[in-house]
Design a protein around this ligand. Structure first.
Ligand code: ATP
Ligand code: MN
Length: 462
């Protein structure tokens, strides 16, 4: 007998005499002479209908325990279904109940539950349509990301999770320590971190970029894809304390080629999901956000608009809109500005380049104007910034000057500077927040609902 998953049964429709399938009951329907079970095993969003003929006394005995949430194994013949909703159904000959789910206690009832409630039962929410679909899309996107880079011979580099450097100089870091917090070793009144596990202060990484650059400056194109941590004291629908980031770093690559890669990459992975996750994407389109698939199809077919920061500011100054943050050359673009540009002005993804140096990180390549740097952000409708990147400063003296200007300690960056001292090369890269991407693809409103176990300010359940 063939053991099959629901996805294969529904696509292959093998009208054979005996099939075995296992899963969890989603719903049941009962009539005088028949009973129906909708079975889901996670392989696909669609359920398999199981038909029970009540003339079979053995099966009838089981019916009281065939309730929502129970796990079963069913055997029988696959037959064409007379009902309109499905092509095939399994005519049960034998059913084994693997685990009951007491109907009055099971937390997932037939009705639609709020996402807030489902976050409280993160151990059961993967059994809902929405979280099953999010999980399969997340998986497909991960695979597509690796596929894109592997096909182009980028090396996958594992950068450290514990680090002694603060990449962006941005703070917001989680400190890692084994020092006894109730009895800290002190030296002249200050905490003596030389007694800590690593002999110095250490943190969870906020980005793998600087380490990624080391490998790009030796082996050519590389990418990272790993967890990232930020102690963001914010309760927004776009920020997590633990999220995943993809950071390619390209050798012998300028800003233009960086933008080209970012555009090709986004279109490739979105196209992959549209092609390989059609049933899940149709579900999001119907239940989460109408028009999501059309927007994504348009993006895959589009050529991104490219403008400079200065041009973007000019567009915003022309706008007859009252922005919450007033527009002026030099401001950091807020998401209201970014959304206005992609949704109202260009109605297209937009890549903005050449930002004022004051609002960008120290490692970005200085333009000849000495005012702007070779940074680029990719903006998309609804989300705003989805990718941030730059060409890196490759000139040792310019980089040192920038560190001084920002009052950063040169000694902390000694190895980063040596990459410029010995055999420096033009190189560029960007970062994509994985959960922001999944939000964009699925239309899910809250970032906590696109990662299996969200960690955010004041919450780390499960
Ligand atoms: P934001 O302004 O939205 O906080 P950022 O400027 O801090 O973003 P970067 O430091 O450029 O973001 O990080 C690179 C990418 O990582 C961002 O484009 C975004 O997709 C993602 N990202 C940043 N912070 C978070 C977070 N707290 N949770 C989830 N994703 C994040
Ligand atoms: Mn941030």
């Amino acid at each position: 007998m063939q053991t099959m998953r629901v996805k294969s049964i529904l696509t292959e429709k093998p009208l054979v005499e005996k099939i075995k399938v296992s899963g969890w009951i989603r719903t049941t329907r009962d009539s005088k002479s028949f009973s129906f079970i909708e079975l889901n095993d996670g392989s696909v969003i669609t359920n398999l209908q199981i038909f029970i003929d009540k003339s079979n006394a053995e099966l009838v005995k089981l019916i009281p325990d065939l309730t929502t949430g129970a796990s079963i194994e069913a055997q029988g013949a696959l037959k064409a279904s007379p009902g309109g909703k499905q092509d095939v159904e399994l005519h049960a000959e034998r059913i084994t109940i693997l685990g009951k789910a007491p109907a009055e206690e099971y937390p997932l009832q037939k009705k639609r539950h709020s996402f807030e409630y489902l976050r409280e039962i993160a151990h059961l929410r993967p059994r809902t349509n929405t979280f099953g679909a999010v999980t399969r899309v997340r998986n497909a996107l991960s695979f597509a990301i690796h596929k894109f880079f592997q096909e182009r011979e980028f090396l996958y580099i594992h950068t450290p999770i514990i680090t002694a450097s603060d990449c962006e100089g941005a703070g917001q870091m989680f400190q890692v320590t084994t020092l006894p917090l109730d009895n800290l070793p002190r030296e002249n009144g200050n905490v003596d971190f030389s007694k800590d596990f690593f002999g110095k202060k250490t943190f969870l990484t906020v980005s793998g970029q600087l380490e990624g650059e080391i490998y790009a400056c030796a082996l050519g194109n590389i990418y990272t894809f790993g967890p990232t941590f930020r102690a963001e004291h914010s309760l927004t629908s776009r920020h997590l304390a633990e999220f995943w980031m993809i950071e390619p770093e390209m050798a012998f690559c300028d800003l233009k080629q960086n933008m080209d890669t970012a555009e090709e990459f986004l279109k490739y992975i979105i196209g992959y999901v549209l092609e390989h996750c059609a049933p899940d994407m149709e579900f999001f389109n119907k239940w989460i956000e109408a028009g999501r698939m059309e927007t994504l199809q348009k993006i895959v077919a589009s050529t991104f608009t490219r403008i400079t920061y200065t041009e973007a500011i000019a567009e915003l100054e022309k706008a007859k809109v009252d922005f919450e943050y007033p527009v002026k050359w030099g401001i950091d673009l807020q998401s209201e500005h970014e959304k206005y540009l992609t949704e109202q002005v260009f109605k297209n993804p937009v890549i903005i380049s050449d930002y004022p140096k004051e609002i960008k990180a120290f490692y970005m390549k200085m333009n000849d104007d000495n005012k702007t740097v070779r940074a680029m952000d990719v903006l998309v409708p609804k989300i705003g910034e989805i990718i941030g990147g730059s060409e890196r400063e490759a000139d040792l003296e310019k980089l040192r000057a920038r560190l001084h200007e920002l009052k950063l300690d040169e000694k902390e960056y000694w190895w980063y500077l040596e990459l410029r001292k010995y055999g420096t090369i033009p190189h560029s890269g960007f970062g994509l927040g994985f959960e922001r991407l999944i939000q964009f693809v699925t239309g899910m409103q809250n970032i906590r609902d696109v990662i299996p176990f969200p960690r955010a300010y004041t919450s780390a359940e499960f």
